[in-house]
Design a protein around this ligand. Structure first.
Ligand code: ATP
Ligand code: FE
Length: 368
């Protein structure tokens, strides 16, 4: 079995061919990060245009590197939810043309499901396992019971941690920092934090009293904004200049973010164990998404997993962020399970918003 996976839900145009055993035969990606960094965020019509300009080439490249012709494919899998409407539309209409031309089954993919299942391509992980997805657009904790069987334990009530880190990095003008100008906001914060002292600032972690596994980052972001404004006044610096305390702020932000994420994850592990939803002795916590590449946050999660007899697993960084491999692999998983394979694509639509699995947030709260 061979599946071509296509991803365009946000700002990466990606494609890959993966076989039944998880071998990546070929992959290609075009990232729009640099363009969006310059405009200070993603402008959907710009993202759409860039997807349009690159999708043909990227899919072609993935196929030719893998030496697979479209006629040899078992199916075509494409992200159709959730994501930016204009971006999703490009991937979907391109895929439907291919499906039509080569008469292939189509497998619609949920982007977050794909992130969650990626670990099964790189490691031998059986269901059920717990997954923490932390990126620029998403923040959730879910129990993965099967290929398409998820319990949503918690999610961000406002923005995602990567989004918050990006905003703080922008506020700190890290794009003008000689060492971080080409890095994403989160990466720039991690880099700068190494040179700072987190104890110079004290940001209170969000939702300390909430008896659930939800997250929140806007409150924290506002506190940080205020602090930066105050420091700018004190130091008398102009817009675009970098505060002398930027590294200390970065270290404190990173620390508070790590504490918050670790605490919510701890609650989720305890809930699952209490309900026998996870193995008592060898439960697995998978952490993925762009923010999962942050080593400080990982360390905080390691403390939690060590204390709860869990194993912490992260896909390699290139598979933590958006990519085509995870979409193709999700296609393989669905083919093997016989789930959601379409032979007729009539009426198929993309869905910008789509929760993952059954939301049991209330139950989690009651159990506390
Ligand atoms: P989606 O949410 O759909 O996956 P996305 O493009 O935001 O979309 P990713 O590509 O997985 O998701 O991750 C990008 C995010 O990860 C950005 O917000 C970026 O700042 C953050 N990030 C990247 N590297 C790091 C790091 N080392 N530490 C913290 N955050 C990071
Ligand atoms: Fe993603």
């Amino acid at each position: 079995k061979l599946v071509l996976g296509i991803e365009t839900s946000c700002d990466d145009t990606a494609a890959a061919v993966v076989d039944e055993t998880g071998n990546v035969l070929g992959e290609a990606i075009h990232s729009q990060t640099e363009v969006h960094l310059k405009t200070g965020g993603i402008i959907p019509p710009v993202a759409q245009q860039l997807h349009r300009e690159n999708i043909q080439r990227i899919v072609q490249e993935a196929l030719s590197v893998s030496k697979v012709s479209p006629s040899e494919l078992s199916a075509i899998a494409t992200t159709i939810k959730p994501g930016l409407a204009l971006s999703l539309g490009v991937g979907l209409s391109f895929s439907l043309q291919l499906v039509d031309k080569f008469k292939k089954p189509f497998i619609p993919i949920h982007h977050m499901e794909a992130h969650a299942l990626t670990i099964r391509l790189t490691n031998k992980v059986e269901f059920p396992f717990l997954v923490l997805l932390i990126s620029g657009g998403h923040c959730l904790l879910a129990l993965v019971k099967g290929v398409s069987d998820f319990l949503l334990l918690g999610k961000s009530l406002d923005i995602a941690p990567g989004d918050m880190l990006d905003k703080v990095a922008r506020r700190l003008s890290l794009i003008n920092h000689p060492e971080c100008s080409t890095m994403s906001g989160g990466k720039a914060i991690e880099h700068l934090a190494k040179q700072g002292n987190r104890l110079h600032f004290d940001f209170t972690p969000p939702m300390q009293r909430a008896k659930n596994c939800d997250f929140s980052f806007t409150g924290l972001q506002h506190i940080i904004d205020k602090t930066i404004m105050q420091k700018e006044k004190e130091e008398g610096i102009e817009k675009g200049q970098i505060l002398s305390s930027a590294a200390d702020i970065a270290a404190a932000v990173q620390h508070t973010t790590a504490c918050h994420i670790a605490k919510r994850t701890h609650r989720a592990i305890l809930f699952c164990k209490q309900r026998d939803l996870l193995s008592q002795s060898n439960a697995v916590l998978v952490v993925s998404g762009g923010v999962a590449s942050n080593l400080y946050i990982r360390k905080a999660l390691e403390i939690v997993t060590n204390a709860t007899q869990c194993t912490l697993l992260c896909p390699p960084p290139r598979l933590c962020t958006d990519n085509g491999v995870m979409i193709a692999w999700n296609g393989i998983e669905r083919l093997r399970a016989g789930l959601g394979i379409l032979y007729d694509t009539e009426g198929i639509r993309y869905e910008p918003k789509c929760p993952l699995g059954v939301d049991i947030t209330e139950e989690v709260e009651k159990a506390a």
